[in-house]
Design a protein. Sequence first.
Length: 108
Amino acid sequence: MHSLKVFFRPDNYPSWVLWKDFPNKFSLIGQPQGLQAGGLPSARPGFAPRVPLGKPPNACDPISTSRRLRRGYHFQVKFVGQGHMMIEMFRLHAQRLVEKSRSIETPR
């Protein structure tokens, strides 16, 4: 059984937010601990190229700020897996958004 969970955390948020769950997505080719002729293992690594994560959930911070958690300045990503797997490359794509200024000028 090979599974992978991907979490993210915006702007040093206190807890990790689940981004995507892949239960039983990645597997071996062949039988674990199975042997071929000559005593060679029959199991080989599986292959899953270009596995998309999609966009993070549109959840809001329920504790204090009520802002969307997928919007931020700095992001951390955490992979939690079970079984044997290898991630050779990982690419994030972000969109730059211009925020409206919220400062109020004080009269002089």
